[in-house]
Design a protein around this ligand. Structure first.
Ligand code: PMP
Length: 343
C-alpha cells in the first residue's frame, strides 16, 4: 500500500521526490542511471523547493507577516510555485512577466491568484518598463514586500543544499558517483552539489548549459563573453548574465546541448520511460548521452540526473508536432498528421 498519510495542505508535499531508474534510454550505457523526477512536487517542478524555503526564511526573520506581498520576475515554474505558496500562507503574489510569455502561462498564474504585470519584452533590462525594473519599483513602493530575485539569492542554493542534496544522498545510499543537472539560476546544481561533495568530494558534478548561453565559457575562463550570447529556445536553462546563485567552483564541467536534440530527447523520455517531462529534462538527458559517448562512465558508476519539471507545460512546444516542424526539428519524411483510415 502506497502512502496513506493525510496532509495538512499542499505544501506538505513539497520535496521527497522519487529517484527513478532509467531503463530503456540507458540500456547500452556503462553504469546505472537514475532520474530525480521533480515533476512529483505539487507545483510540478523543483521551484516549489525554493519558493517554500525563501518564503519561510523571510517568515523566520520576521520580514513577512500574513497579508504582505511577494514579488518576482518570472512567468515560469518559479512564478507558479510562489503563487501556490502565497495562497496557502496568505500573501499577495505579484509577478512581473515579459510580454513574450504565452497567454496560457499568464492565465495559469492568474488562476493561482497571482497579480500579473505584463511588461514589454523588447526593452533593455535597465529600461523602467522592463520586468526587472517594474519588480524593483514595486518592491520599493510596497511596504512589507519581499523580492525573491532567484538569480541573485543565496537562499536558492540553500533550499537545494537542505533538501535535494540530502534526499539524493539517502536515496542512493551514498553510492552516487556523478550528478548531472541543468543550470539556469544555478541554485539546483550548486546547492545539491555542495551537500553531496561534503559527504564525498569525489562525486563528479556536471552542469548542463545551452548553446547561446554564457555559463560554460564563464566556468572555463572566468570571463563574461558576450559573443556566446544568441537566442535559443530551451526555457530555464543557461543565461545571458552571470547569476550569483551559481557556485561555479563546485561544478566540475559543463556540457552544452542543442535545442533540437534536447526536444527530441524529452520526447524519447516520455515515450520510452513513461515519464512525461519538460524541455530541460530532455536537455539533461541529452547531456548524459553526450557524456556516455565521450566515455565518461564506467560499469560501477551510479549517475543521478535531475529532471526539473513536467511535460504538461510544453504542450504547445516540444510536444506539438506543428511547433517541432516549424522549428525545422523534423526531417521532411516525418508525417505530423495521423492518417484516418476509413473501413
Ligand atoms: N529547468 C527548468 C524548466 C527551469 O525553470 C529551471 C530554472 N530556471 C531550471 C531547469 C534550472 O534550475 P536552476 O535555476 O536551479 O539552475
Amino acid at each position: 500500500m502506497k502512502n496513506k498519510k493525510v496532509y495538512n495542505n499542499v505544501l506538505d508535499l513539497i520535496g521527497e521526490t522519487p529517484l527513478i531508474k532509467l531503463n530503456k534510454l540507458t540500456s547500452n550505457f556503462e553504469g546505472d542511471f537514475f532520474a530525480k523526477v521533480e515533476a512529483f512536487n505539487p507545483g510540478h517542478s523543483s521551484k516549489d523547493r525554493i519558493a517554500l524555503h525563501i518564503i519561510e526564511e523571510a517568515e523566520r526573520q520576521g520580514i513577512l507577516t500574513p497579508g504582505d506581498t511577494i514579488i518576482e520576475t518570472t512567468s515560469g515554474n518559479t512564478g507558479f510555485s510562489i503563487a501556490m505558496v502565497s495562497i496557502i500562507k496568505g500573501y499577495e503574489c505579484i509577478l512581473a512577466v515579459s510580454s513574450k510569455s504565452s497567454a496560457d502561462k499568464i492565465d495559469m498564474l492568474k488562476s493561482m491568484g497571482a497579480h500579473v504585470y505584463v511588461c514589454p519584452a523588447h526593452v533593455s533590462a535597465d529600461d523602467q518598463r522592463s520586468y526587472y525594473q517594474v519588480a524593483k519599483r514595486l518592491h520599493s513602493e510596497i511596504k512589507g514586500s519581499v523580492y525573491i530575485n532567484q538569480y541573485f539569492n543565496q537562499l536558492n542554493i540553500d533550499a537545494h543544499y537542505k533538501s535535494t542534496g540530502p534526499e539524493i544522498w539517502e536515496q542512493t545510499e551514498g553510492k552516487i558517483t556523478h550528478l548531472v543537472a541543468c543550470s539556469g539560476t544555478g541554485g539546483t546544481i550548486s546547492g545539491t552539489a555542495k551537500y553531496l561533495k561534503e559527504q564525498n568530494p569525489d562525486i563528479k558534478v556536471i552542469g548542463v548549459d545551452a548553446y547561446g548561453s554564457v555559463l560554460k565559457k564563464y566556468h572555463e575562463t572566468k570571463e563574461f563573453d558576450e559573443k556566446e550570447i544568441y537566442p535559443y529556445r530551451i526555457e530555464g536553462l543557461g543565461k545571458n548574465l552571470i547569476p550569483t546563485a551559481t557556485d561555479f567552483d563546485i561544478i566540475d564541467a559543463f556540457v552544452k546541448v542543442t535545442d533540437e536534440e534536447s526536444a527530441h530527447t524529452a520526447r524519447e523520455i516520455s515515450s520510452k520511460e513513461g515519464l512525461f517531462v519538460g524541455y530541460t529534462s530532455g536537455a539533461a538527458m541529452q547531456a548524459l548521452k553526450q557524456l556516455n559517448e565521450e566515455g565518461e562512465f564506467k560499469s560501477t558508476d551510479r549517475v543521478v540526473v535531475i529532471f526539473p519539471d513536467h511535460g504538461s507545460r510544453y504542450m504547445s512546444k516540444i510536444y506539438n508536432d506543428k511547433w517541432m516542424q516549424a522549428q525545422g526539428f523534423f526531417d521532411s519524411e516525418h508525417s505530423t498528421i495521423e492518417e484516418i483510415q476509413y473501413i
